[in-house]
Ligand binder design. Structure first.
Ligand SMILES: CC(C)(COP(=O)(O)OP(=O)(O)OC[C@H]1O[C@@H](n2cnc3c(N)ncnc32)[C@H](O)[C@@H]1OP(=O)(O)O)[C@@H](O)C(=O)NCCC(=O)NCCS
Length: 191
């Protein structure tokens, strides 16, 4: 983790943080999912929703209060499970440990709240893994067991942090474009 970074909540909502977090959504997803947040208006709405009390929303800031990345999670299954709904790191700050630090911080918050599992869905809309473009109803678990990264799909980032693939949603984003479901228990040792 960068030595001058801290991870904080924004309560009450700081509009400067909100705006930077929205800009990161537009910038961070423009390559692999450009339709997700095509403009600042849609991204601001998403950040605002992520900051709703009861959700977990955490921001990695440098010592000049610049947002380097952020994560948002939503309670499910009566709080036993928290869905990691959003995670993004500024493109020029990636591969420096910020994503890992945000996920570890989220795990600590979930543990404090008595949750057991972090769940997430990581879409493959751009043919970045071997799970795209095939019939996932046929030999589902064989395909999952033999998954390979064809681009820079983030499922491998999550695997490095101790997440396991627990399923797929076939055709979640159109024919042959699945969502990959991953989970991690928060009660065991971190990776
Ligand atoms: C995915 C993302 C959050 C990772 O953040 P990051 O700060 O770059 O990740 P870290 O530096 O903490 O990486 C931790 C480890 O995962 C690896 N890693 C990071 N991204 C990876 C990828 N796409 N594929 C494979 N490995 C990856 C790193 O090399 C590092 O490995 P190491 O421990 O062996 O050195 C970031 O790339 C991002 O914001 N991407 C765009 C938005 C996105 O895809 N979000 C996730 C949607 S589900």
């Amino acid at each position: 983790m960068l030595h001058n970074m801290r991870i904080v909540s924004s309560d009450p909502v700081d509009t400067r943080i909100l705006d930077q977090a929205a800009a990161l959504l537009v910038e961070g997803f423009k390559n692999n999912n450009p339709l997700a947040w095509p403009d600042m208006a849609s991204a601001r709405m998403e950040v605002h929703e992520a900051m709703t009390p009861g959700n977990i929303c955490r921001f990695a800031l440098n010592d000049e209060d610049v947002v380097l990345g952020w994560a948002g999670a939503i309670s499910q299954y009566s709080g036993h499970v928290w869905e990691l709904h959003l995670l993004v790191v500024a493109p020029h700050q990636q591969r420096r440990g910020i994503g890992r630090a945000l996920v570890h911080d989220l795990e600590a918050r979930v543990r404090e709240l008595g949750g057991m599992t972090i769940l997430l869905g990581t879409d493959d809309e751009a043919g970045l893994t071997t799970l795209s473009g095939i019939d996932l109803y046929d030999r589902t678990w064989e395909h999952i067991a033999n998954i390979r990264n064809l681009g820079k799909h983030p499922y491998e980032f999550y695997q490095k942090l101790g997440f396991r693939i627990v399923g797929v949603v076939p055709d979640a984003n159109g024919l042959g474009k699945p969502d990959i479901l991953m989970a991690k228990p928060v009660m065991t040792n971190q990776k």
